[in-house]
Design a protein around this ligand. Structure first.
Ligand code: PLP
Length: 387
């Protein structure tokens, strides 16, 4: 298989606008995270896009989550409830602040945390919930906010995969006390590495800004608390501004790709396709499917066959209840997560780069149909539409 014919799961889209914006920032000397105009402009523009007053740009989504947990005053002896099926960064935010993460199992339609399970896990020690808007589908934030209100819990949204997604007309990241975004290379918009915390809370914004920049005190070089150097550079912010300028088109491409996959795969028995609940706008960060027994071969066999045909895919996340270092942590509590366990065995995401055209998606879908032992392969269902 030549490299040319390989279809990667993702390819970042860096065009002339990004190059011009970064070069202009470099020419203005905006190489650090302390000076210049690109950084505050990116923070304000992105926060406004989400519908929040403040944006605090940092070095990664992992750093954003870490700062948010720390700014909420969460530490030793505290528990944080969070989606079981997530990138390890969500749990690291609790772990590296000496708090214990408690996984909330997934529900089977959206693969997000199941709101019905949250309250049974709340204890005296519970301080926060981190709902993760997985693969770009928003969590049911109205229900989660209600629960948080009843138990006086902080909400930190993990929006690393959900830029532009909304629930009942409101953007993810604008519901909770803080929303944390990633701008890693494969995210909806990217600064290479990078992240941001958004919030409407003035006090939290000030704390986040201070912790991001080593928590300088008064006089300067006097530190009452331990901070970090989590500063994003000005030229990364300049790239973020160029990307933000294209976000509507990027999101339209993500939805076009998902709808094309849906059309080609909807009648394949044993394949669960991504959902979009009433009230949700799913941005389909990555197009993900679940391979059920009726498909005829396992998820791993399917991934192997796709790879042999030059088509990359990735599994869903290993759930938090199975992570050895979390199980070894003092205060660990066993919480069964049968749905998240099964998603780890059966979930797969497919090539999702913004520029994927219909013939390329058709090639992926034909390869999938060929491997279905259920009869779908017999049908000539992958037909190209004119548009
Ligand atoms: C759900 C989720 N949370 C957090 C992160 C961490 O973001 P970053 O890679 O920018 O540290 C990622 C992705 O990498 C993610 O997918």
């Amino acid at each position: 298989m030549s490299e040319q014919n390989r279809i990667p799961v993702h390819e970042p889209e860096i065009g002339d606008d990004e190059v011009a914006s970064v070069v202009a920032a470099l020419r203005r000397g905006e190489i650090s995270g302390s000076f210049g105009t690109a950084l505050p402009e990116f923070e304000q523009s992105f926060a406004a896009y989400v519908g929040c007053k403040h944006g605090i740009a940092v070095t990664s989504g992992t750093a954003a989550l870490h700062l948010a947990v720390q700014a909420a005053g969460i530490g030793a002896g505290d528990e944080v409830l969070m989606s079981a099926s997530t990138n390890i960064a969500t749990a690291l935010a609790a772990f590296n602040n000496n708090a214990v993460s408690l996984p909330v199992d997934s529900e089977e339609t959206t693969w997000n945390l199941d709101p019905d399970l949250i309250e049974s896990l709340v204890t005296r020690r519970t301080r926060a919930i981190i709902p993760v808007h997985l693969f770009g589908h928003p969590c049911e934030m109205d229900r989660i906010m209600d629960i948080a209100g009843r138990h006086n819990l902080t909400i930190i949204e993990d929006c690393a995969e959900s830029h532009g997604a909304s629930w009942k007309g409101r953007m993810t990241g604008s519901f909770g006390d803080m929303g944390c975004f990633s701008f890693y290379a494969n995210k909806v918009i990217t600064t290479g590495e990078g992240g941001m915390v958004v919030t409407n809370n003035e006090k939290l914004a000030a704390t986040l800004r201070s912790l991001r920049n080593m928590a300088f005190g008064k006089p300067r070089f006097f530190h009452e608390v331990a901070g970090h150097n989590f500063r994003m550079t000005g030229f990364q912010a300049a790239m973020g501004l160029a990307q933000l300028g294209k976000i509507d088109r990027i999101l339209a491409d993500k939805r076009r790709i998902a709808h094309t996959y849906n059309r080609f795969l909807e009648d394949v028995p044993g394949l669960q396709l991504p959902a979009e609940l009433p009230g949700a706008v799913n941005v389909y960060w990555m197009y993900a499917v679940v391979v059920r027994p009726e498909f005829g071969i396992s998820r791993d066999e399917l991934a192997g066959h796709l790879s042999a045909r030059g088509i990359e895919s990735r599994t869903f996340f290993c759930p938090l209840n199975q992570q050895p270092f979390l199980r070894d942590q003092a205060g660990f509590r066993e919480v069964p997560c049968p749905v998240a366990d099964s998603l780890w065995e059966t979930g797969l995401y497919l090539p999702s780069a913004n520029h994927l055209d219909e013939p390329t998606i058709a090639r992926v879908c034909e390869a999938i149909r060929d491997m279905s032992t259920s009869g779908a392969k017999g049908k000539a269902a992958v037909t190209h539409s004119a548009g």
